[in-house]
Ligand binder design. Structure first.
Ligand SMILES: [Fe+2]
Length: 468
């Protein structure tokens, strides 16, 4: 499933000047949308590897005065260059250096394929098992591995980080910061100029998969879920991650600006979260909103933990965990916000504060059979707007034979306007792609603009909008 159909490697580096635009592009859409995409250069040496291991490409749509230009290029990581020279894969299984060809022992394994971050005037392609790679935002040429002028101590930087639109700070963390399967978490802050102003280390309860974290105006929250790493398993050539429902999920909560020694640890039922919607502090309470599934959504993580089940049997919800910091105890309150889905996005202005609108993606099985696209197998076919306080939703179905990649929210300069959602629609009937732009508040009315891309665009992971 990771190498066939829409998931077949593309490996196409391309520039297309002036894409065909159907519809009228709103005048306030001025900027670039960047997305990172796993796209393996060569077949894996061990015969199979997860979609998540593919070499990173950065893809861009540049919007200028009603015109749209497209480009995608590989991030030329050390790994990419070594394998390019050898004309074959040299690095082995996902996050397991013990499976590598001996010729690349000690070389950088990062593939920069998960999240493009724009901060401090730099475009960084991140993947959570390694440090970011800096890419030129105009040409997409690789500048080099980025470590905040060599000052970063953590070996890893997660994708995605959390941006504070008010202070301009970028809050991020690394897990397995001190090496493979360690419990080290590095909490880092870069100021609005991109200078690293903070890096503090703390130990997680166990080495858990920590893809995302959340920050409020008053707190920083480090969540972990029982998808666990084990050094001995890695040395035997086994999987990096295995689902382990004997462990509970954890949340470490510290005051923002406080010391990591002030971290208070909470526990919750075993479950899996890859993406948090938002988080905010209300008096003594910290609210953490997340897209939750009962078990790991990736089959290779479940299988490594001995859990064999069909993907359609996985259950989930959008959930709010509320932590009362004024009371003793280590259990949050849990409430259901909305039906299941993933890839939640909100407007930048709502980051870290009480908010009411979220957009996320769903797979609506009543609209047709699932279509292969992306790392978990079936691609999403629906975008949903959630009114968080009332729980009311409205949705847009992408169309038959279509899947939708992660959308991004683009703010409007018009007062009172909720902004736009931009996203790639995979046209499986034509083996091509389109970039659609929809009014966020009225997404159910369908796209205002369809931008044609005359080729298949392999499923990206995350994307971000950078205003002109
Ligand atoms: Fe993610």
């Amino acid at each position: 499933m990771d190498y066939i159909g829409h998931n077949a490697p593309s490996r196409i580096e391309a520039e297309i000047y002036d894409l065909v635009v159907e519809g009228n592009l709103p005048a306030d859409i001025q900027g670039s949308w960047y997305q990172t995409v796993p796209d393996p250069q060569f077949p894996p040496i061990q015969g199979w590897d997860t979609f998540l291991s593919g070499d990173g490409m950065v893809r861009a749509f540049h919007f200028r005065n009603g015109h749209v230009d497209f480009a995608q290029r590989y991030v030329q990581t050390e790994r990419w260059k070594l394998e390019r020279a050898a004309r074959r894969a040299l690095f082995g299984a996902y996050r397991n250096p013990y499976t590598d060809d001996p010729s690349v022992k000690g070389k950088k394994r990062g593939v920069a394929n998960t999240t493009p971050i724009w901060h401090g005037g730099r475009l960084l392609a991140c993947k959570e098992d390694s440090r970011p790679w800096e890419v030129d935002p105009k040409t997409l040429e690789t500048i080099g591995e980025f470590s905040w002028d060599g000052r970063l101590r953590s070996e890893t930087v997660t994708a995605p980080p959390r941006f504070d639109p008010e202070s301009g700070e970028l809050h991020f963390f690394g897990y397995e910061a001190g090496g493979l399967a360690t419990r080290d978490i590095a909490y880092c802050v870069a100021d609005r100029n991109g200078e690293l102003i903070r890096e503090d280390w703390v130990q997680a309860p166990y080495c858990a998969l920590m893809h995302d974290f959340v920050v409020t105006k008053e707190h920083v929250i480090f969540p972990g879920f029982p998808i666990v790493a084990d050094l001995e398993r890695l040395k035997r050539g086994g999987a990096h991650w295995a689902w382990d429902a004997t462990k509970e999920s954890f949340f470490g909560i510290m005051p923002r600006g406080g010391k990591v020694e002030q971290m208070r640890w909470f526990k919750a039922r075993p479950c899996s979260v890859f993406h948090f919607i938002n988080s905010f502090t209300e008096g003594n309470k910290v609210h953490v909103d997340a897209c939750v599934t009962d078990v790991a959504p990736f089959a290779f993580m479940r299988e490594a933990g001995g859990l064999h089940m069909q993907p359609q049997d996985i259950r989930g919800d959008l959930v709010r965990w509320t932590f009362d910091m004024s009371k003793p105890g280590d259990r949050p309150e849990e409430t259901v916000l909305a039906p299941s889905g993933d890839f939640p996005r909100i407007a930048d202005k709502d980051f870290m504060v009480d908010y009411n609108v979220a957009y996320y993606m769903q797979l609506d099985p009543t609209k047709g059979p699932p279509i292969l696209s992306g790392p978990v197998g079936a691609g999403f076919n629906t975008i949903t707007r959630l009114d968080v306080k009332s729980g009311k939703t409205k949705s847009l179905f992408a169309g038959p034979a279509c899947t939708v990649q992660e959308h991004v929210h683009i703010p409007s300069s018009k007062p009172g306007h909720e902004g736009y959602l931009g996203y790639i629609v995979d046209r499986h009937d034509e083996n091509q792609a389109e970039f659609h732009l929809t009014e966020a508040e009225n997404l159910e009315k369908g796209p205002l603009v369809r931008i044609k891309v005359p080729m298949r665009l392999r499923s990206g992971v995350h994307g971000n909008w950078v205003p002109a």
